[in-house]
Write a protein of this length. Structure first.
Length: 206
């Protein structure tokens, strides 16, 4: 093909060039694990690990316990993981923990969850009450049957026992004055624990 004088070959325009599209990738949902196990007693602490599943550009994790508010943040290490220790408080039972991963560009993964179990430290608790006043009885002796363990109520009239799940009964005495005593029916204690108010009645002749 002959070209006219002064004409030149034209290079493809920028609009005709192939433009490579860059896909924006958000972090993968983090893995939540419990290095020391997923069970802890009430009032204790739980070790939690967040892992980025190989995504080393994760900068931090946002997380929360029991609800999806994600109000706590922990920075990620060089490998994209992070470890925290949380106080579990006194709410027993199966508890959820939620988390998202946040990368260096502020992109957030979808939410993931795992759960742990908080067991009761004192599985049978209650208060000794004077039946005539319904006030707590301080210094009353509470006996747990059939194991035969005795405790004395504290300044709030509260008693507590750490026992395995099973059937138990309580008997309480107070020297007075006035002298008081009382007992319970058979009580079933399960893994969630039990609170029971033990009523103490005036002894005859006191």
């Amino acid at each position: 093909m002959l070209l006219a004088a002064g004409s030149a070959l034209l290079a493809p325009t920028a609009s005709a060039a192939v433009t490579r599209s860059v896909e924006t990738k958000v972090p993968l949902p983090p893995t939540i694990s419990f290095p020391n196990g997923d069970s802890v007693v009430e009032g204790g602490q739980l070790a939690v690990r967040f892992d980025a599943n190989g995504h080393t550009k994760v900068a931090s994790y946002r997380y929360s316990v029991d609800r999806t508010s994600l109000g706590s943040t922990v920075p990620a290490g060089r490998d994209g993981s992070a470890n925290v220790t949380i106080d579990v408080g006194n709410v027993s039972g199966n508890r959820p923990i939620y988390a998202v991963a946040v990368d260096r560009q502020g992109r957030i993964s979808s939410m993931t969850a795992n759960s742990f179990t908080v067991s009761v430290l004192w599985s049978l608790r209650g208060r000794a009450l004077d039946i005539t006043t319904f006030l707590p009885v301080v210094g009353a002796t509470i006996r747990l049957e059939p194991v035969g363990i005795e405790v004395v109520t504290d300044s709030d009239g509260v008693f507590q026992f750490a026992v395995d799940p099973g059937l138990y009964s309580l008997a309480g005495t107070y020297a007075g004055p006035p002298s008081l005593s009382g007992s319970s029916q058979q009580l079933e204690v399960d893994g969630q624990g039990l609170w029971f108010d033990l009523l103490l009645f005036p002894d005859s002749g006191s």
